[in-house]
Write a protein that binds this ligand. Structure first.
Ligand code: PHE
Ligand code: ZN
Ligand code: ZN
Ligand code: ZN
Length: 296
């Protein structure tokens, strides 16, 4: 999803959640705000300021989560991995998020070779772009007992950006969730470390990604399930320093086709995808044997 990026945008979202559009359309949670402009981003928090929020015609196609599970010897310990299967309406969404979805399909195809100790549950989420609706509904539908069975959640959203950098969700820091009082669950650091040591073992450099609240890990973190995952960048521009580490083009977005019609099969960096599919498989395999490093 694209919002919550900075203070001005977040303030606008709060205004929108509470109100109606100029034409009287009520704004409800989950309607995507595709663009917004502000009379003055700083003054927006003051009474009487105005936010102009542009909302597309609501999409009426139903979407469903797809969940697949391989039962382990210990079915009371579930390792979850998820990727959102939807795209924005503007384009086919191959990097965002055909990349994460395909990585999990590759893992699913190989699960027949495995007699896992822990149960492995894969999720292809619906309606992420409409406000994390699929993953939120899934977690909200779990009883406390069902939540307690989940050892950890791994998220894969945009893992093959054309102008990539390798990023691992930072289990130490909580990005914008921190002010909202949502702590990152213990165990998330261990997940971060596993991915970091994988990158190190294959000689690939990495950096932190913040848990910004912009993808499907959000609902899991909010109920205290340790989470982690990989990200190769969206609309933010690559710096000179990052080019010296990963190559690519400085001053261009990690994904110049983010949320656009050009997010096609050509919009994938095959090296990044290859490295990340292996990283994802390694993590799922490791946690299928044991989640002790995460859950103690
Ligand atoms: N979830 C965002 C999207 O689908 C992409 C994103 C992922 C942005 C992680 C920031 C961090 O559009
Ligand atoms: Zn997206
Ligand atoms: Zn996405
Ligand atoms: Zn860290």
């Amino acid at each position: 999803i694209f919002n919550q990026g900075n203070t001005a945008e977040r303030t606008a979202l709060i205004v929108a959640n509470a109100g109606t559009l100029n034409d009287g359309t009520p704004i409800t949670h989950g309607i995507p705000v595709v663009g917004a402009s502000y009379d003055d981003g700083v003054a927006l928090s003051q009474a009487g300021s105005t936010a102009h929020v542009f909302v597309p015609a609501p999409e009426l196609r139903p979407q469903k989560n797809v969940i697949a599970e391989k039962t382990g010897v210990n079915d009371d310990n579930v390792v979850m991995a998820g990727a959102h299967l939807d795209s924005v309406e503007a384009g086919p969404g191959i990097n965002d998020n055909g990349s994460g979805s395909a990585a999990l399909i590759e893992i699913a195809q190989n699960l027949s070779k495995l007699e896992p100790q822990n149960t492995i549950r894969l999720a292809w989420w619906a309606a992420e772009e409409d406000g994390l609706l699929g993953s939120e509904a899934y977690v909200a539908g779990l009883s406390q007992e069902e939540q307690d069975r989940i050892a950890l959640y791994l998220n894969f959203d945009m893992v093959a950006s054309p102008n990539y950098i390798f990023m691992v969700y930072d289990g130490d820091e909580s990005g914008w969730l921190a002010p909202a009082g949502v702590p990152i669950p213990d165990g998330s650091v261990a997940i971060e470390k596993l991915f970091e040591s994988y990158y190190t073992s294959v000689g690939e450099p990495y950096d932190d990604a913040q848990f910004s609240g912009r993808s499907d890990y959000d609902a899991f973190i909010r109920v205290g399930i340790p989470a982690g995952g990989l990200f190769t960048g969206a609309e933010v521009q690559k710096t000179e320093e990052q080019v010296s580490i990963w190559g690519g083009v400085a001053g261009e977005s990690y994904d110049q086709c983010y949320h656009q019609a050009c997010d096609t099969i050509a919009n994938v960096n095959e090296h990044a995808f290859d490295v990340n599919v292996d990283a994802i498989a390694t993590a799922v395999l490791a946690y299928s044997y044991s989640t002790e490093s995460v859950n103690g």
